[in-house]
Design a protein around this ligand. Structure first.
Ligand SMILES: *Cc1c(COP(=O)(O)O)cnc(C)c1O
Ligand SMILES: [Zn+2]
Length: 437
């Protein structure tokens, strides 16, 4: 089959991949996208020789090796623990090593010792998804696969299209025709081939899968291609390194498919195996009340893979389009992340998500799209529930830029103080200045 030839599991220290459902391990030569025993649900987890990787990883490398790592831009300093050959070319856009800001005003307001903001609004295409797509495009190019494809509601598509443009790698995008016009314009600008699917994201996903099988394209689909979670784990590496390997107690992130949460978990577990950190932060997956598959599963005690695979999809509706997922594709890994770190899934309303946009912006200067601001809404809820203690240090993973969804930002700012109307003359100016100051 074409499909088998497009995917290669390679990397300096990659030793195989393990199925999250049955635990069967495949060698790099034998690994396909998924475990053949379970069809598309047999998602794999990539394994490394950590002992060998230590000499080439920040924090454990000797000074001369570290100097070479420091010369790699952004997240590529972590390529010892990525599934990509050392010498493979990567897109020239600067992905990763985004700022980690202390947010003292927010911390004080929330009554917490420390709040950190990991600002992935600053990624090249405006979202966290660049961490996965830069790796996908590098892998497609390295494997000389003529086309890379993905289905997406928006950000993963923009990330793939942008990285593909930078690397001159043809790409094909399947998006539901209901996608926000601004997100489609971003794809057009990058020059992607776009299929506007007259149906849901789930239907777009299935058509993309079929196209990849038929055409032998490289398949970047989330929670299918196991390398995408590997790209996403670099955010955990950065947070830990930026804090000199002293990780926060708790981390909050918006959850749709669950791949980001799973990737963060993988990243922290990698660091623990390398001996760089001595514990993994509790991971809190924040879900919109109208798209709360994983929160529902948690409440019902459906934590085993079997239970998660048999739970029926829900009808997802939320203002936070990037975390709208009726059937989270990476639900097994995301649940493992929650259980394994003693975290929780937290449900917040659309009103709470919208209110978090101007709160985060005004208290920290970081302007987030709804799915990203959901992290702050989730922290509020966790404090109410007593899940986080005042003396703890907390990190908010801010996954997408507020400019991605201006309509929601405008809606969120409706209840706030309105701008002062000012006639364009000096007398009017003097009048409002006297009144206001
Ligand atoms: C994709 C995305 C998420 C959620 O990631 P999942 O892997 O689907 O859980 C959160 N925020 C933003 C901005 C995203 O684009
Ligand atoms: Zn399996």
């Amino acid at each position: 089959m074409h499909q088998a030839s497009a995917f290669h599991l390679v990397g300096p220290f990659v030793i195989g991949a393990t199925c999250v459902l049955c635990g069967k391990t495949y060698s790099p030569q034998d690994a396909g996208y998924v475990c053949p025993c379970h069809g598309d649900e047999g998602i794999l987890d990539v394994n490394y020789n950590y002992q060998a990787a230590r000499s080439c990883f920040p924090g454990t490398a000797q000074p001369d090796a570290l100097a070479r790592l420091n010369a790699q831009p952004g997240l590529w300093r972590y390529r010892a623990l990525l599934p990509l050959p050392w010498d493979a070319a990567v897109p020239a856009l600067h992905v990763g090593m985004t700022p980690l800001y202390a947010a003292p005003h927010l911390a004080q307001r929330l009554g917490l010792a420390q709040v950190w903001i990991k600002d992935d609004t600053r990624q090249p295409t405006g979202s966290f998804k660049d961490r996965a797509s830069c790796l996908g495009v590098a892998l497609a190019k390295q494997g000389q696969v003529p086309v890379i494809a993905t289905a997406s509601t928006g950000n993963a598509a923009a990330a793939l299209a942008g990285m593909a443009a930078a690397h001159k790698q043809p790409c094909v995008i399947f998006v539901p025709s209901s996608a926000p016009p601004a997100k489609i314009a971003q794809l057009q600008a990058y020059g992607a081939t776009i299929f506007l699917v007259q149906g849901s994201y789930d239907q777009a996903f299935e058509l993309c899968m079929e196209a990849c099988r038929t055409m032998g394209w490289y398949n970047r689909n989330t929670a299918y291609n196991p390398c995408m979670a590997e790209g996403k784990k670099t955010a955990a590496f950065e947070i830990a390194e930026q804090l000199h390997w002293q990780v926060p107690q708790a981390l909050f992130v918006g959850v749709g498919d669950g791949c980001i949460m799973a990737g963060l978990h993988k990243g922290f577990c990698d660091l623990e195996r390398m001996g760089l950190i001595d514990r993994v932060p509790r991971l809190y997956g924040v879900q919109a009340a109208g798209s709360d598959f994983l929160a529902q599963a948690q409440d019902a005690g459906l934590k085993s893979p079997q239970a998660l695979l048999t739970k029926a999809p829900i009808a997802a509706h939320t203002v936070a389009d990037s975390i709208s997922a009726g059937l989270p594709r990476d639900r097994v890994k995301a649940m493992n992340a929650m259980v394994g770190t003693k975290g929780s899934f937290i449900r917040v309303s659309d009103a709470e998500i919208l209110a978090a946009i101007p709160e985060l912006a005004a208290q920290s200067g970081v302007f987030a799209e709804p799915a990203a601001a959901a992290a702050l809404a989730g922290l509020h809820r966790a404090l109410e529930l007593g899940l986080v203690q005042p003396e703890e240090s907390v990190c908010l993973m801010i996954t997408g830029n507020g400019l991605k969804d201006i309509a929601s930002a405008m809606q969120a700012c409706q209840p706030l103080a309105q701008p002062v109307e000012l006639a364009a003359n000096s007398a009017a100016l003097q009048k409002v200045l006297a009144a206001k100051f």
